[in-house]
Design a protein around this ligand. Structure first.
Ligand SMILES: Nc1ncnc2c1ncn2[C@@H]1O[C@H](COP(=O)(O)OP(=O)(O)OP(=O)(O)O)[C@@H](O)[C@H]1O
Length: 260
């Protein structure tokens, strides 16, 4: 099976410092990855490479069988779904929830003069229902709670049926109930037939949905551990990544961690 995303000996250098340092990593179509690491480890930078928003200083990045730098990124981007706070900031606060999701079909964040077909409206409504947003279609995006906004970001990211879905801290700032609702929805989506390869950056192992298969642990721009969850996500790898003794527990596919 060919990789959806492949980083080969990739470094990103800023101000003379490698913020991503000789990283080789690949994501296959049937894999769902969680990326963990302390603040400044390089997680968002890796997502920016994967989303074509950044080019490496050295090494090669292949996305959906195209080499970054040798392909028109505007052809590639519609095949990649991105949900992040940075993306949400580009959405006009007074745009309706339905339009926020539907405008993904044209890769724009605010409705202007695009012509939408019935099929776009139907699909947007279906996606809203799947992410428990059906009652909010006419609400202005800026009036939603954090939890609702996070789900709209993901609904927008999956609207175009992407082949690669990138999630940057989708559960950050959510209360316990909203987090659990989101993690459950993400788990269902990750395990559903036809869902794409997923890469999710998070700070907390509690936010890893059931159905995620692999983990990438980063520290100081380099890889500490990478591979299937059962091998890469351990008390030892978390201890090495975060620099303090951490005990990891697993219960029915969900994780928790605490300092020992
Ligand atoms: N344009 C830039 N110029 C200089 N340094 C940068 C630049 N962009 C990022 N960095 C630095 O690179 C490092 C990695 O940043 P990145 O945002 O990828 O980390 P992160 O793991 O996502 O962190 P966090 O968990 O805090 O979001 C940080 O130390 C950051 O300050």
């Amino acid at each position: 099976m060919s990789s959806v995303l492949q980083l080969s000996d990739v470094s990103v250098v800023r101000n003379g410092r490698a913020i991503v340092d000789s990283v080789s990593w690949s994501v296959e179509a049937d894999q769902r990855w969680v990326v963990l690491g302390p603040n400044g480890a390089g997680k968002t930078t890796v997502l920016q490479l994967a989303s074509t928003m950044m080019y490496p200083s050295s090494g090669t990045v292949d996305i959906l069988d195209s080499a970054l730098g040798k392909v028109d990124v505007f052809e590639l981007r519609p095949r990649i779904g991105i949900a992040s706070t940075a993306m949400a900031r580009r959405v006009p606060a007074d745009e309706s929830v339905l339009n926020v999701v539907m405008t993904a079909a044209y890769s724009v964040t605010g409705r202007w003069n695009e012509e939408y077909e019935d099929i776009d409206v139907k699909r947007a409504k279906r996606v809203l229902t799947e992410w428990h947003l059906e009652g909010l279609a006419d609400r202005k995006f800026g009036t939603l709670s954090d939890g609702e906004q996070k789900r709209v970001q993901i609904a927008r990211a999956v609207m175009t049926d992407p082949e690669l879905l990138l999630l940057d801290e989708p559960a950050a700032s959510l209360d316990l109930g909203s987090r659990e609702e989101l993690v459950t929805l993400l788990g269902g989506y990750a395990q559903s037939e036809g869902s794409p390869a997923i890469v999710m950056v998070t700070h907390h192992v509690e936010e890893i949905p059931v159905g995620f298969t692999h983990a990438l642990l980063l520290k100081d721009g380099g890889i500490v551990a990478s591979g299937p969850l059962t091998e890469a996500l351990t008390s030892e790898s978390l201890t090495a990544t975060f620099g303090l003794s951490i005990e990891l527990s697993e219960n029915n596919g969900r994780f928790s961690a605490r300092a020992q």
